[in-house]
Design a protein around this ligand. Structure first.
Ligand code: 5GP
Length: 211
């Protein structure tokens, strides 16, 4: 065996308009990929039934959120549907340094901020719904938001969708299993990128020395 190869973690960002199936894709990925951890965002929006504090989100008051903004505790933050959403920076750097990949379920505003800071570490994927009918159906089936909230989210979809062109990869979510496989293929290819693998020079030197 040659000298060890270590790898810096990847920041895998998934964005989509609400209802495109991104959360289901994220959940499947987290079940199947043991070296992938979810970045738990903070938000000032109401907790939905079934959501767990500290697992789905850190639910904060607006004052608490703004205090943390002033202390520069977020890697990025944005206002979405009138509420703050942000990524606490502390857990991210330690995961990256120990070679653990992190999954971010954030919107296009957060992705833009993150891109500016993270550079090569960031891999971004945009999920599109197969049709507007399907998007609407998924939003209604979720049935956790009032019809006002659903209407608000639908009307924002066109604006959100127009940001697909800022992403590295685009997946059209025709079928959950296939979409998960597609994102896994992206992740695996990105993990093999030469620039992410530390120790290759020594490894190849070691191989050559045995010829
Ligand atoms: P939801 O309220 O449905 O959980 O999320 C609404 C939107 O906020 C989604 O598009 C989601 O990707 C985005 N979001 C969730 N967490 C963050 C975050 O930490 N930062 C940013 N910029 N967007 C987020």
């Amino acid at each position: 065996m040659g000298p060890p190869i270590t790898r810096r973690g990847i920041m895998l960002v998934l964005s989509s308009p609400s209802g495109a199936g991104k959360t289901s894709i994220c959940n499947r990925l987290l079940q199947q990929e043991t070296e992938l951890k979810l970045s738990v965002s903070a938000t000032t929006r109401q907790r939905r039934p079934g959501e767990v504090e500290g697992k789905d989100y850190l639910f904060l008051s607006t004052i608490d959120f703004e205090t943390r903004i002033n202390r520069s505790e977020f890697l990025e933050y944005a206002k979405v549907f009138g509420h703050y959403y942000g990524t606490p920076s502390k857990p991210v750097e330690s995961s990256l340094n120990s070679g653990v990949d992190i999954l971010f379920d954030i919107d296009w505003q957060g992705t833009q901020q993150m891109k500016a800071k993270a550079g090569q570490d960031l891999v971004s994927v945009f999920i599109l719904p197969p049709s507007i009918k399907e998007l609407e159906k998924r939003l209604f089936n979720r049935a956790q938001d009032t019809s006002d909230v659903v209407a608000q989210r639908m009307s924002k979809s066109a604006g959100e969708m127009s940001h697909y062109s800022e992403y590295d990869y685009v997946v059209i979510n025709y079928d959950l299993d296939k979409s998960v496989q597609q994102v896994q293929s992206i992740l695996n290819a990105e993990r093999s990128r030469r620039e992410r693998q530390n120790g290759l020079v020594q490894f190849v030197k070691h191989l050559s020395s045995q010829l």
